[in-house]
Design a binder for this molecule. Structure first.
Ligand code: ADP
Ligand code: MG
Length: 380
C-alpha cells in the first residue's frame, strides 16, 4: 500500500471530521451507516455525501453496499492517515519519504521531522506471523505451527467473537512493540530508539544498516556471533525471549558492523508457558535465569506499563488463530473482510478526541440507535 504524503496536507478539516467519525463508528459497526457518520461528525447531512465521496476517491474509506443500508469502512489508508496526522500534529514527524520495507506484518517508511532528520515509521498491518525457515545457524529457531498448538488449547481470547477488528489488532501489535522497544532501549539493549507511537504505528530511529539476511560476508564472524549470543542471553536474563530472532530482524550497522535487533510483536516472557520453545533450543532459559544474573525483569516492567497480560494474551492468541486459520485453509493470507468484525474497546487517539468532542458524541451514540453487528451480518 502506498502512502500519499500529499494527502496529509489536502484533507480539509471537514473531511477529517468525517474520517474520524468513520473510525469512531467502526468501533461498534462493521459497516458504518451514513446516518451515523452524520451524527458523529456533527456536520449537516447535505454536505456529507460529497465529503465522504472525496475520502473514498482517495481510498481513505471504502463504500460498502448491502441489503439493509449503505455505509463506509475505514481502510488501512484512512487509518494510516489518522495515525500520521496524530504524529505530525504533535510535531513528531513532518514528511514522508520512501518505503523501505514491506513485511507481512508491516510497511516501513523513511519519514523526517521538521529539521529533516530521518526516522522510520512502522505501520502495522494485520497481525500475521511470518513462517520463514531460518537459514541462519546461530538462531536454531524457526517458527512453526506445532508449538503453538499448546497455546491454542487454552484459547479464550476475544470471548464470543470469532475475530477482532484489524483496527484493534494492528494497534495492539504496535503498542506491544512500542512498550518493549522503550524498555529495551532504556536498558541499553541494541534496539532502535523509540520516538513516538500512534494507533497502529511506531516512529523510531532510522538505523543505517543492512539486514543480516543481505550480508554475505562479515569482517569478524566470531565477534558477531558472540555479540548475537550475548543479546539472546541478556534478553533471557531480563526475562524475555525475542520470539523471532533471525537474520531478517537483525540489522548490521553500516559504519560499525554492530548488530541492532528489531521487530518485537512476538516477544514473550520467559515465564510464558511455551517459553522454552520460543527460545533458541541451545539456551537453557531456566539456567540463565537461575544463574543469578537474571535479577531484573523487563517482562514484568512491560506488564506494568499498561500493555498488560490481557493485551499480550489477546495478541498472542490471535496470532495463533491466524496460523490455525492458514493451516485450515491452506492459504497464505486472509483479507481484511475476515478480520473486519466488531471490536470497539479502544478509544481514538487524544488528538482525535479533542477534535470531535468525544464525550458529547458518545452520548449521541448511546442515545441514537446504533445498528448491531448481528444486523449487519444478517443482511450481508
Ligand atoms: P516486519 O514485522 O514486517 O518484519 P520489521 O520491523 O522486521 O517488520 O521491519 C522490516 C524491515 O524494515 C527490516 O528488515 C529492515 O530492513 C527495515 N527496518 C525496520 N526498522 C528499521 C529501522 N529502525 N531502521 C532501518 N531499517 C529498518
Ligand atoms: Mg521482521
Amino acid at each position: 500500500m502506498k502512502l500519499d504524503a500529499t494527502d496529509l496536507r489536502y484533507v480539509t478539516s471537514d473531511e477529517f471530521r468525517v474520517l474520524t467519525a468513520v473510525e469512531m463508528g467502526s468501533k461498534n459497526h462493521e459497516v458504518v451507516p451514513l446516518s451515523l457518520i452524520v451524527q458523529i461528525s456533527g456536520l449537516r447531512n447535505g454536505g456529507i455525501n460529497k465529503l465522504v465521496g472525496s475520502l473514498a476517491k482517495r481510498n481513505l474509506v471504502s463504500r460498502v453496499q448491502n441489503a439493509k443500508y449503505d455505509g463506509y469502512r475505514l481502510t488501512y489508508g484512512g487509518y494510516d492517515f489518522l495515525a500520521m496526522r496524530a504524529l505530525s500534529k504533535r510535531d513528531s514527524m513532518h514528511s514522508v519519504g520512501n518505503q523501505i520495507g514491506v513485511g507481512k506484518e508491516s510497511d516501513i517508511y523513511i519519514v523526517a521531522d521538521a529539521e529533516g532528520n530521518e526516522m522510520v515509521l512502522k505501520l502495522h498491518r494485520q497481525v500475521h506471523i511470518f513462517f520463514a525457515e531460518s537459514k541462519f545457524s546461530i538462531c536454531f529457531f524457526s517458527l512453526g505451527r506445532v508449538s503453538f498448538r499448546a497455546i491454542k488449547e487454552k484459547r479464550d481470547y476475544l470471548g464470543k467473537r470469532k475475530s477482532a477488528s484489524w483496527l484493534y489488532l494492528s494497534r495492539l501489535a504496535a503498542q506491544k512493540e512500542w512498550e518493549f522497544m522503550k524498555i529495551l532501549h532504556q536498558h541499553d539493549f541494541p534496539v532502535p530508539r523509540p520516538i513516538d507511537q500512534a494507533r497502529h504505528t511506531i516512529l523510531m530511529e532510522f538505523i543505517d544498516a543492512y539486514p543480516l539476511r543481505q550480508v554475505s560476508e562479515v569482517e569478524n564472524p566470531g565477534k558477531l556471533y558472540s555479540q548475537l549470543m550475548d543479546v539472546i542471553v541478556r534478553f533471557a536474563q531480563a526475562g524475555l525471549i525475542h520470539g523471532d530472532y533471525n537474520e531478517f530482524n537483525i540489522l548490521i550497522k553500516r559504519d560499525t558492523g554492530e548488530p541492532i535487533v528489531i521487530d518485537f510483536p512476538q516477544m514473550v516472557s520467559t515465564s510464558h508457558e511455551n517459553a522454552e520453545w520460543h527460545a533458541c533450543t541451545s539456551i537453557e532459559i531456566k539456567s540463565v535465569e537461575e544463574s543469578g544474573k537474571g535479577n531484573f525483569k523487563l517482562d514484568v516492567m512491560v506488564e506494568a506499563s499498561g500493555f498488560g497480560r490481557k493485551e499480550m494474551k489477546i495478541l498472542a492468541e490471535y496470532m495463533e488463530a491466524v496460523r490455525q486459520e492458514e493451516g485450515d485453509h491452506e492459504s497464505s493470507g486472509f483479507d481484511e473482510e475476515e478480520l473486519d468484525e466488531e471490536d470497539g474497546s479502544e478509544s481514538a487517539d487524544e488528538e482525535t478526541e479533542d477534535a470531535i468532542n468525544l464525550d458529547e458524541k458518545r452520548q449521541n451514540l448511546d442515545n441514537g440507535r446504533p445498528i448491531s453487528n448481528e444486523a449487519v451480518e444478517a443482511s450481508s
